[in-house]
Design a protein around this ligand. Structure first.
Ligand code: HMG
Ligand code: MG
Length: 297
C-alpha cells in the first residue's frame, strides 16, 4: 500500500462546523477556538465566511474574527468568499487567503448561492483576478462531487470539468467535497484518478462529511490515490445549511488518530485539538460527534 509520509490537515471547523450550529456562538468563542487550533499546529484554519448574513447568520462577525485571530507564521487563515462584495469585506478585514465555492450539480449550487455553475464562475471573474493581483492565496471548493441532495448521482466528468475551471481561474488548491457524505472508497479512487489527469495532483484536497460513516475509509482511498491534503472539522462539527441531512464533517481528531497511527506526519498535536473542541463543547446544544473525543480520557 503506497501512502504519503506527510499529510496537510486543513481545518474547517470554525467555518463549516459553526455555520450549521443552532446555538449562537459569539465572536470571543470563535476567536478562542481558532487560536487554540492554530496553537495545536494546524497549518490552515478556515476562520469564517464573508457570505450574506441573511443567508447564514452564524457567519456574521467573520470580519472581527479574522482581525482578532492570532496569525502564526506559516499557517493560513482562509475565509469563504462568494462574490465581489464578499471579497471587498474580506480584504478590508485583512484576508490573505480566500476560498471560493461552487458545485458539480446545478440544483445544489442554485440552492446554496442562488446561481448556476456558470454564473458562479462569472462572479469569481469579478474578483479572483484582483485577489491574485493583491497576492492572495486562493482555494476553490467543488461541492456535491459524490452525490447531490436534489439530483442524486453526479457525473464524475462534471466534477473534473468544474475542478479544471477552478484551476484555470487561478485557484492554488481545489477541494473535492462530499457535501452530503454519500461517497464510498471505490468512487473516491475513480474520481481522484480522473481529477489527477486534469489538474496537478498536489493541488487537490478532499473534503468529506461523515454522514454515513464512510469518511475515514474515503480518506484512505484518497491517500492511496496520492492526495496529501485532507479537510476536517474539530470535534466533527459541521454540515451545510443548504444540503438537507448533511451532518458533521470528518472530525479532525478522528483523522489525526488514524494518520498518526499509520505513521503519517501532520505536525498537529492531537491532544491540543481535542482540548480545543472540548473547550467549545459547553457552548453547543449537543455532544461533539468525534468518535476519538468521545473515547479519549
Ligand atoms: P443573493 O440573494 O442572490 O445575492 O445571494 P444578491 O447579490 O442578489 O444580494 C442580495 C442581498 O445580499 C443584498 O443585500 C446584498 O447586499 C447582500 P440587500 O440589498 O438585500 O440588503 N449580499 C451580501 N452581503 C454580505 N456579504 C456578501 C453579500 N453578497 C450579497 N458577500 C449570496 C447570493 C452568494 C450572497 C448568498 O446566496 C449567500 O451568501 N450564500 C452563502 C451560502 C453558504 O454560505 N453556504 C455554506 C457554505 S458552502 C459549503 O458549506 C460547502 C463546502 O463546505 C464544501 C462541501 O462540503 O461541499 C465549502
Ligand atoms: Mg463542507
Amino acid at each position: 500500500m503506497t501512502l504519503p509520509r506527510r499529510v496537510t490537515v486543513f481545518e474547517v471547523g470554525p467555518r463549516d462546523g459553526l455555520q450549521n450550529e443552532k446555538a449562537a456562538i459569539g465572536v470571543d468563542d470563535k476567536v478562542a477556538l481558532c487560536d487554540a487550533l492554530l496553537d495545536a499546529g494546524l497549518p490552515a484554519v478556515e476562520v469564517g465566511a464573508f457570505v450574506s448574513p441573511k443567508w447564514v447568520p452564524q457567519m456574521a462577525g467573520s470580519d472581527e474574527v479574522l482581525k482578532r485571530v492570532r496569525k502564526r507564521p506559516g499557517a493560513r487563515t482562509p475565509v469563504l468568499v462568494p462574490n465581489r462584495q464578499g471579497y471587498e469585506r474580506a480584504r478590508e478585514a485583512g484576508a490573505r487567503e480566500i476560498a471560493v465555492f461552487t458545485a458539480a450539480s446545478e440544483s445544489f449550487n442554485r440552492k446554496n448561492i442562488n446561481a448556476s455553475i456558470d454564473e458562479s464562475f462569472e462572479r469569481f471573474a469579478a474578483f479572483v483576478p484582483d485577489a491574485l493581483r493583491d497576492g492572495a492565496w486562493v482555494r476553490g471548493y467543488v461541492s456535491t462531487c459524490f452525490g447531490c441532495p436534489y439530483e442524486g448521482p453526479v457525473d464524475p466528468a462534471k466534477v473534473v470539468e468544474v475542478a479544471r475551471r477552478l484551476a484555470d481561474a487561478g485557484c492554488h488548491e481545489i477541494s473535492i467535497g462530499d457535501t452530503i457524505g454519500v461517497g464510498v472508497p471505490t468512487q473516491v479512487t475513480d474520481v481522484m484518478g480522473r481529477l489527477a489527469e486534469a489538474v496537478p495532483r498536489e493541488s487537490l484536497a478532499v473534503h468529506f462529511h461523515d454522514t454515513r460513516g464512510t469518511a475515514l475509509a474515503n480518506v484512505l482511498a484518497a491517500l492511496q490515490s496520492g492526495i496529501t491534503i485532507v479537510d476536517s472539522s474539530a470535534g466533527g462539527l459541521g454540515g451545510c445549511p443548504y444540503a438537507p441531512g448533511a451532518s458533521g464533517n470528518l472530525a479532525t481528531e478522528d483523522l489525526l488518530y488514524m494518520l498518526h497511527g499509520m505513521g503519517i506526519e501532520t505536525g498537529v498535536d492531537l491532544a491540543a485539538v481535542t482540548a480545543a473542541s472540548r473547550a467549545l463543547a459547553p457552548r453547543l446544544d449537543h455532544p461533539l460527534p468525534s468518535r476519538y473525543v468521545q473515547a479519549a480520557p
